[in-house]
Design a protein around this ligand. Structure first.
Ligand SMILES: [Zn+2]
Length: 397
């Protein structure tokens, strides 16, 4: 438990965060109304500019790692003020991109109804960005963190972090704790485990022929796609949490042509790296095999998300975080989800990692996405307590 001095410091931070609720909502409105689909670099960077502005107002400098295609990565760092020197930072993560098409905030701007906020990305995860900003501001003003605190704001998570992955790995590597502020789940849920995922595209080449005059000369890519689809489906093993979904297919030329081409997209989900490797070997074998003689296929990986594995480090970090949340009246629960996030990349570097510590929301990636306004302050407080109460280096139980 905290000492008297620490208790006073904690009280100061908790009270300040409570008083910031209107400012949190105002920043959230600004971020939601700034259009930032993953492929809209200018928009994602505009959200970044608002964040940098906010942090600058509290004397927090930011570094930018630029990218030409996707949103730049922004890094803020609060130096350690308490306890024995430690260079292993605490990392707070969040992504600025959304899944929505350009113009969505104009069509569907930020609004509040019955204690819930609505708008594109309001929960996933602009509220998490706001929370991280205010927690960084609190640490900067009042101190109390037993290690440097790094805030990482990336811009391409919804498409698998093609650019940011290496920046995440760089900052997570050696971090003593990583908190990813994806939306918290209704009922104080925090995510301690996530599946990993692979997005793939496959293309099959056959041979065109007139389906009446020269049927036997043709080689049907569509028939091959049907065989491959069934073979991929057969790899699903629900007990082990392995699923394969052929979610998109297309192919063929005309109704009276034997199909010269066909293509499909597959989403593979898994819980462990071993399951991923084993299943991928089988997927590759299915692609290499010609069920219809004469067809060929090629496979392209378009997304590669690592799982958040439920390990001892993650459990210890969750228990630590949950204890603070209980102290402010919360009732936290650890959850496992099939959805992927950047926390998998962070954990794979060896850092203790938990996810969905952001403000609570739901129906993400849909027009009904909402954020529970009343969760902004307690979630920020729980995160601040988790940071301030991290034990002295090396003594994490
Ligand atoms: Zn997200």
């Amino acid at each position: 438990m905290a000492s008297k001095k620490n208790e006073q410091g904690e009280r100061q931070v908790l009270d300040w965060l409570t008083a910031q609720q209107p400012a949190m909502v105002a920043l959230l409105e600004t971020l939601v109304n700034t259009d930032s689909g993953s492929y809209d670099k200018a928009g994602v960077d505009a959200v970044g500019a608002h964040i940098r502005n906010f942090l600058r107002g509290y004397g927090i400098a930011t570094d930018v790692t630029p990218d030409v295609r996707f949103g730049d990565a922004i890094v803020a760092r609060i130096e350690q003020t308490e306890g024995p020197a430690s260079n292993r930072p605490i990392l707070l993560m969040g992504h600025r991109d959304t899944v929505f098409p350009k113009g969505e905030p104009q069509r569907r701007p930020f609004k509040i109804e019955d204690g819930k906020a609505y708008g594109p990305g309001v929960a996933d995860m602009k509220a998490g960005l706001v929370m991280n900003c205010f927690v960084l501001a609190a640490m900067k003003q009042f101190g109390g963190a037993p290690a440097p605190v790094t805030g990482l704001f990336t811009g391409d998570e919804e498409i698998g972090s093609p650019f940011s992955r290496k920046v995440i790995e760089q900052h997570a590597s050696g971090a003593r704790a990583v908190f990813n502020s994806e939306p918290g789940r209704p009922g104080d849920g925090v995510v301690t485990g996530r599946k990993g995922g692979m997005f793939m595209r496959f293309e099959i080449a056959g041979k065109a022929a007139h389906s009446g005059a020269n049927f036997e000369v043709g080689i049907s890519a569509i028939n091959e796609l049907a065989h491959k689809t069934l073979a991929l489906n057969a790899l699903t093993d629900l007990k082990r949490g392995i699923t394969l979904n052929v979610g998109v297919v297309s192919g063929g030329q005309t109704v009276n042509t034997v199909a010269p081409w066909a293509k499909g997209e597959v989403d593979l989900r898994f819980i462990t790296r071993a399951d991923r490797d084993e299943t991928m070997a089988k997927v590759e074998a299915i692609m290499a095999k010609s069920y219809v003689p004469g067809t060929t296929a090629k496979l392209e990986i378009t997304g590669d998300f690592l799982p958040l594995v439920e390990n001892a480090d993650g459990k210890a970090l969750y228990d630590h975080y949950a204890a603070g949340m209980r102290d402010i009246g919360g009732d936290p629960k650890p959850l496992f989800t099939g959805g992927c996030a950047d926390s998998g990349f962070a954990q794979a570097t060896g850092a203790p990692t938990i996810c969905a510590v952001g403000p609570i929301g739901g129906r993400v990636h849909s027009p009904d996405e909402y954020l529970e306004i009343d969760s902004l302050v307690p979630r920020a407080q729980a995160l601040a307590l988790a940071i301030m109460r991290l034990p002295v280096e090396g003594q994490m139980k």
